[in-house]
Design a protein around this ligand. Sequence first.
Ligand code: FES
Length: 369
Amino acid sequence: MTMLSSNTRTKALHWLGKQLSNQNNPASWLDPLLSEINPMLVQAYTPARVQQVIRETEDTKTFVLKPAGRWQGFEAGQHVNICTDVEGVRRTRTFSLSSSPRLWKAQGEITLTIKRLPGGLVTNWMHDHLETGDVIGLGEAFGDFLIPEPARPVLYIAGGSGITPVLSQLETMAARDYNAPVTLLYFVRTENDVIAGEKLRALAARYPALTLTIIATHETPDPRFLTGSDLDGIPGLKGRQVYLCGPKGLMDLANNLLSERGIREDQIHSTFFAPPAPARLEGDTGGNVTFTNSDVQVSSEGDANLLEIAEAAGLTPQYGCRMGICHQCSCRKTSGTVINRLTGEVSGPGEENVQLCISVPQGPVSVDV
Ligand code: FES
């Protein structure tokens, strides 16, 4: 056995004391050790073990996950960030939960239904490598795409993998016997692209309030998209809460047709899988950006957001969705004005939290990155 000199012992004890007193971020030194012993003990995120992988369609799989007991649960329609190492680099992405909260309460399980995206680093890795028994990291659930309470008539317009939060909500409504008419118009390219078709049909059979229509857009030479008459055929359309989830083309079309029919903006609830159209930004944009924690200063032009500017400067701030929904990129702006890229809203000049991925500088800005 090698004896440590008293100097080395003192240094080692000093190091250990420092780590033990590092209460701000104990995970930074403890997690690598814990992940070797048992990945379900890691502290920086909630570990979730893959229980099962179900193939839904050619390019969509459902991952059944069992999060560690400290995960706090979710409401139907919410999102979650997952993190995993892909080729040695930690990646974070945002997905909707596709199962009902009841499954989590009863069995401690949740599901994510994920479509392979062309060129999608994480979705492709999950499809090709994530297997039963593997562990990924899970953030707490977030989002306000929630079932209306008290019960009100609802119209869902979903496209492709946009069905996932709707599945969670319909399961919840059926189990609670949600007492109002519910209509789902579900658009897919072809019959083979229907996700959870059996589950949807079974839901419609046991939950009489639900009217289910599945529309394949590309089964005929002329694509068949959402039309005004699809909407005009829905009883009591004007009194419905409308939930949109799907590709941008479908969301834009639905928004136009709904507004032509007098549906107010406050009746429409959207969640999106691709960045929505940016707002028109008034005035000059761009300016000098100081990333104070990194001691980096750069100048920016045009409508680049703070996340893009930081990355172009070689920094690696945390992010998830890159479209303003997950708040993973939130950080403190200590001075300067930014424009919200989604709403066009202009911030005050002082200290506040901003989301880097949707904040465009207008003049000099300092942020804690
Ligand atoms: S990365 Fe999700 S809000 Fe910015």
